[in-house]
Design a protein around this ligand. Structure first.
Ligand code: IMP
Length: 189
């Protein structure tokens, strides 16, 4: 079964197809340039906006995720603005390391919310995953994407970028949200 995954981010598409490998479900990109305005006030609203935009184009079952990094000492920032916190990804990382320069509280979490719509654009399931950890003093590791090099996963002592893909996918916010979503899809459809 093919489900449209509402993203323009190829890293995310690759990750979710790896996680769902063997489930009989393949996620495919929406056609054309996909860049809807993410003007929701929550991860839930933004994932709905993206899923709805993909469904409007494709008229197929569509899944979207919205995710971000929430840092306790920064009152939850960058949160919803994780993708737009600075120019390049390196600048985003540098900005956070600078902002936390004098902070002893480095607690953080990744959050991911997924929304699944049927062919008619109706919501059929919403799932959520979190991954807790802390912001490293300096970046480390070359795997993954985004903020992975500065996010140390709780109880592992490793940044997400130091983990092989299969290890990240087992504990990540996206891995958890998708595993709940796949159980739903496989049991109900
Ligand atoms: P969005 O969900 O496409 O709006 O983007 C969320 C942003 O959060 C991404 O561009 C990344 O900067 C960050 N992010 C989300 N998930 C991850 C992850 O698994 N690793 C590292 N950064 C992530």
């Amino acid at each position: 079964m093919k489900i449209v995954f509402a993203t323009g981010n190829l890293n995310k598409l690759k990750e979710i197809n790896e996680i769902s490998d063997g489930s009989g479900i393949e996620f495919i990109l929406p056609e054309g340039d996909f860049n809807p305005e993410e003007n929701g006030k929550t991860f839930e609203e933004n994932s709905y906006i993206k899923a709805k935009a993909a469904n409007k184009i494709s008229r197929k079952m569509s899944l979207a995720d919205d995710s971000g990094l929430c840092i306790e000492a920064l009152k939850g920032a960058p949160g919803l603005y994780s993708a737009r916190y600075a120019g390049t990804q390196q600048q985003k990382i540098d900005k956070i390391l600078k902002e936390l320069e004098h902070s002893t509280n480095r607690k953080a979490k990744f959050v991911c919310v997924m929304t699944l719509l049927d062919e008619n654009g109706e919501v059929i399931h919403v799932s959520k995953g979190e991954c807790h950890g802390e912001i490293a003093l300096k970046q480390s590791g070359i795997n993954g994407f985004g903020y992975d090099p500065i996010f140390i996963v709780e109880n592992t002592g490793k940044t997400m970028a130091e983990m092989p893909e299969y290890e990240k996918n087992k504990i990540s916010h996206r891995g958890k949200a998708l595993s709940d979503m796949l159980s739903y899809i496989c049991s109900r459809l």
